[in-house]
Design a protein around this ligand. Structure first.
Ligand code: DOR
Ligand code: ZN
Length: 364
């Protein structure tokens, strides 16, 4: 079946939805799984919802070599729950000293599918990131030649820039010049949070795409301060004003092929978030699909969920779509409020809340 036929068949099937919908198995194109006990605690949630995941490389130390990525992939495969077929798709963490040859080696050996660009210091474990994007010209030229995408955390790092403007400033100062300098480079702008960034994605599609998280579709910046400081809603990029949230909802449900799932599920121990200097990241892996499907339902766009969840990302990466299906039921259910790890816990986004949609049967 070609892609056009797939999209049409998908829309037709979903129009009949009453009690729920069944879609082709989706992928999560932006996941933090961490390592060790944390990996074992969070992986079952992502593997229960998604067939594949693009694994972020911001471990300590970061995943910068082919050998480190292959070893990390093995640890993820070993941590999968019994019977899981979840496929981790690895990424390389770019630094000022990344070599084009190492990049190409990992790509041609199919160890990694993309490279991640963190401007130095922009977020959790990003201090080994890139200080001068122009200095990576040989790396980007090589990636352009071999068709390997770069996944960008698009925020300015200058502490003088207002935290709510960091995405906009990065796009103007760094992203647009990068796109002009490398006309063939495939780029994913990760976790888009503003109306203006959505327009940049659309204007440069199809070689540029954007991921949108579940949480940025349901919270705005005021949510973080609702009735007091809510550290579990703090992530980077930080949620923006309401009109941006509405634009994100419009974009993901528009049917545009340049937008797809990237949950940015980012677990941290509660003790690290409920702190004088709490770290950024929302653990949304356990309630991601429930939240996306609720948003598509509220927007009257259930027939477009499958494209966003299961087709557009694979199309961008040039990978086959998944076989099998997942059932999403219009049936209220709640997830636990937290998951235990070692002697701590990770708070689940919307944990304990009755969410009107739940995940049903997965068919392979
Ligand atoms: O909020 C975030 N948490 N944003 C990121 O970019 C990184 C992530 C993490 O690794 O915790
Ligand atoms: Zn992330």
């Amino acid at each position: 079946m070609n892609l056009d036929t797939l999209f049409e068949a998908s829309a037709a099937a979903c129009k009949q939805a009453v009690d729920g919908i069944t879609i082709r198995r989706p992928d999560d194109w932006h996941v933090h799984l961490r390592d060790g006990a944390m990996l074992r605690a969070v992986l079952p949630f992502t593997a229960g919802q998604f067939a594949r995941g693009i694994i972020m490389p911001n471990l300590v130390p970061p995943v910068t070599t082919v050998a480190a990525a292959a070893a990390y992939r093995d640890r993820i495969l070993a941590a999968r729950p019994a019977g899981s077929d979840f496929e981790p798709l690895m990424t390389c963490y770019l630094t000022d000293t990344t070599s084009p040859d190492e990049i190409e080696k990992g790509y041609s050996e199919r160890v990694w599918v993309a490279a991640k660009l963190y401007p130095a210091g922009v977020t959790t474990n990003a201090h080994h990131g890139v200080t001068d994007i122009k200095g990576l010209r040989p790396v980007f030229e090589r990636m352009e030649r071999i068709g390997m995408p770069v996944l960008i955390h698009g925020e300015a790092t200058d502490p003088a820039v207002d935290v709510f403007d960091r995405e906009a400033v990065f796009m103007e100062q760094s992203l647009l010049p990068l796109l002009r300098d490398h006309l063939g480079l495939k780029v994913v702008i990760e976790h888009v949070t503003t109306r203006e960034t959505l327009e940049i994605v659309r204007a440069h599609a199809p070689r540029v795409a954007g991921t949108v998280t579940p949480h940025h579709l349901v919270i705005n910046r005021t949510s973080i301060f609702q009735g007091g400081l809510r550290p579990h809603l703090y992530c980077l990029p930080v949620a923006k004003r309401e009109h941006h949230r509405l634009a994100l909802r419009e974009a993901v449900t528009s049917g545009d092929g340049c937008f797809f799932i990237g949950t940015d599920t980012a677990p941290h121990l509660a003790s690290a978030k409920e702190a004088a200097c709490g770290c950024a990241g929302v653990f949304v892996g356990a309630t991601a699909l429930q939240t996306y499907v609720q948003v598509f339902d509220e927007e009257g766009a259930l027939d477009r969920l499958e494209a966003f969840a299961s087709l557009n990302g694979a199309n961008f990466y040039g990978l086959p779509v998944n076989n099998g299906t997942i059932e999403l039921k219009r049936h209220a259910a709640s997830m636990p409020s937290a998951v235990s790890v070692d002697d701590g816990e990770i708070v689940i986004f919307r944990g304990g809340e009755a969410i009107p949609w739940s995940v049903g049967e997965v068919r392979r």
